[in-house]
Design a protein around this ligand. Structure first.
Ligand code: SAH
Length: 455
């Protein structure tokens, strides 16, 4: 019995797919890269922009032919295309799909496998999912990733959904309201991940720094709930690194920044999107802060966390964004010199306030011009920053082997991608690498000590 999972979109989807894979493996399924030969196919989808949604529809249409020839095979559509709403309209549009799974909630797949494929062990997964649902009064992920391929760096969702409702964003409509997962479940999952060999855990949430504010456990807490969670996971023996993303500027309190600086396993890397460098655009996006507040936050992060790297997200061509407003974003990026920027062209999404209230009036060619201008600027900034690393030794957690170029790859604590060539098995090890070449998107180096022993 074979399964095939196709995943697109954010880290949360990667985490969900890893968990679905673990469930399928526990039922005796084995992975295949070829959807045409799989007994179970899961498409884990993203709709944050039109493009990933179009790709998922393309995949669904390809799979229609396979389903016609092999109706006994099971096709599951998961993630933000399904969302937390009634799947009836999707069922009408894609009648060849067998089951629709909301983000982070695969229980109906286990049910279908128990009924249709007579996989009796699936009943245990259903029972587990239901026990969790009862215990915490809401759907939850059912198990941490396991077995199969050895994962060095694993994702652990800690806040599901989002209630912020930025005007451009579809996520709250598809992932539901914000729900923090109970700390004891998270810590237990982290423990299991480490037991399975995971060395680096990245805690996930749409606004990860809002973790815990909705939980009774933290009602009387004086410190940021995420800080106490970081401390508990940090102490797990065998864990090498801990990260979290994505943060919202308004919730990045000093105690969180101090914890990042003080806890040695927590990497000095902060992902905190600004989205636009103009106050009027930020107000229409309903982000809840000004450019100047963000500028002060960047200064504070740099002050409290030595050697920190900062990543941001930007949307260009938001409705009504003038050339001058875009220029403000450009100038801000030039001024702040951040370590990474994900730049996206605005894409109107159904139901969002921006789609209902504003006209998507920046022409596509102009959006692309703005995107490219920011990309070119960032490449210059980061290229320059990285060149300063040549000759320096950085610490790399080795994640795997790149077959195509026959070399190892891993990341620095500041989330820079590093390649190196060396004989032996390096996966999962922490190695000092001396940088010999630097480009904007990656670094190349040589291992300094032949047998590092600090894994
Ligand atoms: N809560 C996460 C958002 C995840 S979506 C966060 O705050 O980062 C990831 C990124 O996609 C967002 O940061 C934003 O830059 C981009 N994005 C979201 N909606 C978009 C839209 N309608 N058009 C273009 N980019 C969008």
């Amino acid at each position: 019995m074979r399964y095939h999972i196709w995943t697109i979109g954010c880290q949360m989807n990667v985490a969900d797919s890893q968990r679905v894979a673990a469930g399928l493996e526990s039922l005796g399924y084995r992975p295949t890269d070829n959807a045409a030969e799989a007994d179970v196919v899961v498409l884990n989808t993203c709709v944050v922009r039109q493009q990933p949604e179009d790709k998922a529809v393309g995949r669904l249409n390809q799979l229609k032919r396979i389903k016609r020839r092999h109706p006994e095979r099971i096709l599951a559509l998961m993630g933000c295309m399904v969302g937390v709403r009634d799947p009836q309209p999707l069922r009408q549009r894609f009648p060849w799909v067998d089951v629709f799974l909301p983000p982070s909630d695969p229980a109906d797949l286990w049910r279908l496998l128990a009924e249709r494929a007579h996989v009796d062990e699936a009943r245990e997964l259903i029972a587990d999912a239901e026990a969790r649902r009862r215990a915490i009064g809401r759907p939850d992920l059912i198990l941490p990733p396991s077995a199969g391929e050895q994962i060095v760096s694993g994702y652990l969702p800690i806040v599901l959904g989002c209630s912020h409702a930025c005007t451009y964003c579809i996520i709250p409509y598809r992932r539901g309201t914000e729900r923090s997962r109970p700390p004891e479940i998270i810590v237990e999952e982290a423990r299991q991940m480490v037991a399975q060999g995971v060395k680096e855990i990245t805690l996930l949430g749409q606004i990860v720094d809002r973790y815990g504010y909705d939980l009774p456990e933290f009602a009387a807490a004086t410190e940021t709930p995420l800080v106490s969670l970081l401390r508990q996971i940090h102490d797990l023996p065998g864990l090498t690194r801990l990260r979290f993303l994505t943060s919202h500027p308004n919730w990045m309190k000093d105690d969180l920044l101090r914890a990042v600086a003080e806890l040695p396993k927590v990497c000095p890397h902060i992902e905190v999107p600004i989205q636009a460098g103009d106050d009027e655009v930020l107000a229409r996006m309903r982000r809840g802060y000004t450019v100047d507040a963000y500028r002060r936050l960047v200064a504070r992060i740099r002050e409290l966390i030595p050697g920190v790297s900062i990543a941001t997200d930007i949307i260009v061509g938001f409705p009504g964004e003038t050339a001058e407003q875009f220029r403000h974003t450009y100038d801000l990026l030039a001024e702040l010199k951040l370590d990474r920027a994900h730049i996206a062209r605005y894409s109107a999404r159904p139901l969002t306030v921006a789609t209902r209230s504003f006209q998507d009036d920046v022409p596509e060619a102009e959006k692309e011009r703005r995107r490219k201008a920011l990309d070119d600027l960032q490449a210059e900034i980061i290229g320059e920053m990285n060149r300063r690393l040549v000759g320096q030794t950085v610490e790399v957690l080795v994640e795997g082997w790149q077959e195509r170029r026959q070399r190892w790859f891993g990341r620095t604590p500041t989330d820079r991608l590093v390649f190196f060539t060396a004989a032996g098995e390096w996966r999962g090890r922490l190695v000092p690498v001396t940088i010999t070449w630097a480009g904007p998107w990656s670094l190349v180096g040589t291992v300094t000590e032949q047998s590092p022993d600090r894994s």
